[in-house]
Structure formats: structure tokens, C-alpha cells
Write a protein of this length. Structure first.
Length: 407
């Protein structure tokens, strides 16, 4: 018998107690951002109320306390990702900035005209545009792995794209618009045989599966705090020490230097070389609290619970006449993207919102995915461990009401 107590866990999230348009909130927009447990809010408030100070530079008590809390957070992230060394953890604004940092620091320094970069058709714009910019800057060539009608990478086509010109592969682990879980270990191993560096976008994967960067043997991995029950404005770049050491700084300013004269600047050691300026201190502390909380939920039971929700939600959605699910991969996490005949997703989102149901509508920053499936947009219900079958029932009721409006 499962001991996963969703009702008890829901009590940790204040937002789940609010009402929208006079109805209890049904929050099904977790792929966009997750709700925050009270402990995260409390941790950030504690810094602002009793411990505000800048980090790394002060010798007074508050600065030393803030620095200790900030650097302990880095250690928690290292443990969460199973990185070998704490200075392989770089704090950024989010997965998007982390990817741009890799493109502009590693890419511009090590890639040259004619080199090839491989991504997939299901990438988020943040894992497309930085590489396009790099190609324009240095003359690289961008190659794209196609996907099949189920929304799965076609591995055979990936193998064909690989060559001695392939210098970098950047792949999403879990698609934010399809829910597909990609075989990243296979993708990494094959790329390494060609001598290519591999970047993994783990923004959606971070709540799906435990991450061990050493076991994966990825060269870089990125994530955003707000996708894992933490605050916005903070993210992580993991990179192998030898690569980070060889890369030039991404930005200049305070804290990323050892010394500055008008003649030259000597850069700081890792990880500070890549953390110019005052960091998002409260947000980093909040991220630590989120990761600590998340790990208390229990991976295996949570995964089984979410899989059960996914299967239930899939059946419930398909019971609605005219619904078509976009993304039916064999290995899939709890993301349900769908279209309803005769109703634009934006109209659908507006109507179900009147029933208190929050879903995401649009292209989800994956316009090539929409083009691949010949649709302008989808409605997306994305599930977290605090969601329930009853909430999915409410979604279906709201969808049927929306269909009545459009009869």
C-alpha cells in the first residue's frame, strides 16, 4: 500500500488554498513554473528580515553569515546533481542564461567555421537561439535531429548526423511541450565517441528523475530553480572542471576578478569567474531550501504517483470528444499537451480559467514542434506531485463546458 500522502503535501503550498473566479485553484501549469512550498518562502524571508548583506566581500557578521548560507547552497546543489566538485556549480539567472553562457564562453572560444552543432526538433527556444547566434558569429553549422509522430527523437537520424565535424550536441532531457523523456545517456555516449561535447537541458527533467552528472558523463547540464519548487531568477550551470577552467568569463564586473588595473585584469578562480556582480542571494538560499524539501518527498513513490496521474489524465482527456493529445512517446512524463477540434487553445485556456483551472496555452517556446505537428498551439496540463485525480476531473468538466460555449 502506498504511503504517498498527497493531501498532507498539499498543505505545504500556500497557493493551493486560493480561489480563482470564486472557484478553488486547480494549478496545472507546472511545466511553466512550479508552486513554492512555505519553507522556501520562509527561507528567503529570513534572509531579508534578519540577514541581509552582500556575500564574499564583507568581514562583518551579516556578510559572513550570508556568504556561509550562499556557499552552503552551492554544496547542496553539488550533492543534488552528484557533481564531483563544488566549484563545478555555477549560479546563473536560469537555464536560459546557462545555455547562453556555454554558447558565448565555450562556443565562441572553441568552435570555428565549419564545425557542426546538433540539437533536436523538440528543443525549447532557449536551446535553439543561442546556437543560431553562435553560428552567425563564428560560422558553425546547426544540424537538427527529426522527431517521429509520437514526439520521439529518431535515433537513427541522430547517428547519421554525427561526423568528425560534430563538435557540440545540446539536447533537452524532457520536452516541455511533449513530455517526451529522451535517452540522454545513449545520446551522450555516442557523441563522445565522435569527440563532441554534450550539453543537457534538464529544466524539466529535474523533477522527473534523480540526476547524477558523473554517471551521465555529460559535459554541461543546466536547470532553473523555479521549475523545481524554488524561486525565479536563479539557475544552475554544471560543467566539468577542465572545460570551465579553459573557458573565458562570460561577463565582467565585481567578484569575478582577482585584480584589476587599467593595463590588465586577472580573473578569479572557479566558480566565481562566471558569477560577475552581486548574485541573487535570497534566491540561491531559496533554491537550497527547495532542493532539500523536494528530496524529502521521496523519488520512487512520487514517480509512481505522477505516472498514475499521467495515465489517468490521458484517459480522461481522451474521453472528451474532439480531443487529440500531442506527444505520445513511449517514455513520457506528466505533461499533457492537447488540442480540441474547433476551439483555439487560447480560447480554451480562457474558458477553463473561469472554472479555476490554470493551464498553459500557446507554442510553449517550441515553435518548431508546433510546425512539425501542423498546429499553431496546444493547451497543456502539466502535473506535479501535489496534483490530484479530482483536479483532472475538474479540468475535464471545464473542457466540456468550453465545448458547450462553442457549439
Amino acid at each position: 500500500m502506498s504511503t504517498f500522502n498527497v493531501q498532507k503535501l498539499r498543505q505545504d503550498f500556500p497557493n493551493l488554498n486560493i480561489q480563482v473566479h470564486g472557484k478553488p485553484l486547480v494549478y496545472l501549469d507546472n511545466a511553466a513554473t512550479t508552486l513554492k512550498p512555505r519553507c522556501v518562502i520562509d527561507a528567503m524571508n529570513a534572509y531579508y528580515v534578519t540577514g541581509v548583506a552582500n556575500v564574499h566581500r564583507g568581514v562583518h557578521y551579516l556578510s559572513e553569515q550570508a556568504t556561509a548560507a550562499f556557499e552552503f547552497s552551492r554544496q547542496v546543489v553539488r550533492q543534488f546533481l552528484h557533481a564531483a566538485k563544488v566549484h563545478e556549480i555555477i549560479f546563473t539567472k536560469g537555464a536560459t542564461e546557462s545555455l547562453n553562457l556555454i554558447a558565448q564562453s565555450y562556443g565562441r572560444h572553441f568552435l570555428k567555421k565549419g564545425d557542426e552543432i546538433i540539437i533536436s526538433y523538440m528543443e525549447h527556444h532557449s536551446n535553439i537561439v543561442p546556437w543560431q547566434m553562435l553560428c552567425q558569429q563564428v560560422g558553425c553549422v546547426l544540424k537538427v535531429i527529426p522527431i517521429n509522430d509520437q514526439g520521439e527523437i529518431i535515433l537513427e537520424e541522430y547517428y547519421k548526423l554525427l561526423s568528425d565535424k560534430t563538435k557540440l550536441v545540446s539536447i533537452v532531457w524532457v520536452s516541455n511541450s511533449l513530455g517526451t523523456v529522451n535517452p540522454v545517456k545513449t545520446i551522450i555516449d555516442v557523441a563522445h565517441k565522435q569527440g563532441a561535447v554534450v550539453v543537457i537541458d534538464a529544466a524539466q527533467a529535474v523533477t522527473h528523475t534523480p540526476i547524477d552528472v558523473q554517471a551521465l558523463d555529460c559535459d554541461f547540464l543546466v536547470l532553473s530553480g523555479h521549475k523545481v519548487f524554488g524561486p525565479t531568477g536563479v539557475g544552475v550551470l554544471y560543467g566539468k572542471e577542465k572545460l570551465l577552467e579553459a573557458m573565458p568569463p562570460y561577463q565582467g564586473g565585481g567578484d569575478m576578478i582577482k585584480s584589476v588595473t587599467f593595463a590588465e585584469t586577472t580573473y578569479n578562480a572557479l566558480p566565481y569567474k562566471f558569477e560577475a556582480g552581486t548574485p541573487a542571494i535570497a534566491e540561491v538560499i531559496g533554491l537550497r531550501s527547495a532542493l532539500e524539501y523536494f528530496q524529502t518527498v521521496g523519488w520512487e513513490e512520487m514517480k509512481h504517483y505522477k505516472q498514475d496521474l499521467l495515465e489517468y489524465g490521458t484517459k480522461k482527456l481522451l474521453s472528451v470528444d474532439g480531443v487529440r493529445i500531442i506527444g505520445t512517446a513511449r517514455d513520457k512524463t506528466s505533461i499533457l499537451s492537447f488540442v480540441v477540434d474547433g476551439i483555439h487553445p487560447h480560447d480554451l485556456g480562457t474558458l477553463v480559467d473561469q472554472e479555476g483551472v490554470a493551464i498553459r496555452t500557446g507554442h510553449h517556446c517550441t515553435q518548431p514542434v508546433m510546425q512539425r505537428f501542423g498546429i499553431p498551439a496546444t493547451a497543456r496540463a502539466s502535473l506535479a506531485f501535489y496534483n490530484t485525480k479530482e483536479e483532472l476531473d475538474t479540468l475535464v468538466v471545464a473542457l466540456n463546458k468550453a465545448k458547450e460555449v462553442f457549439k
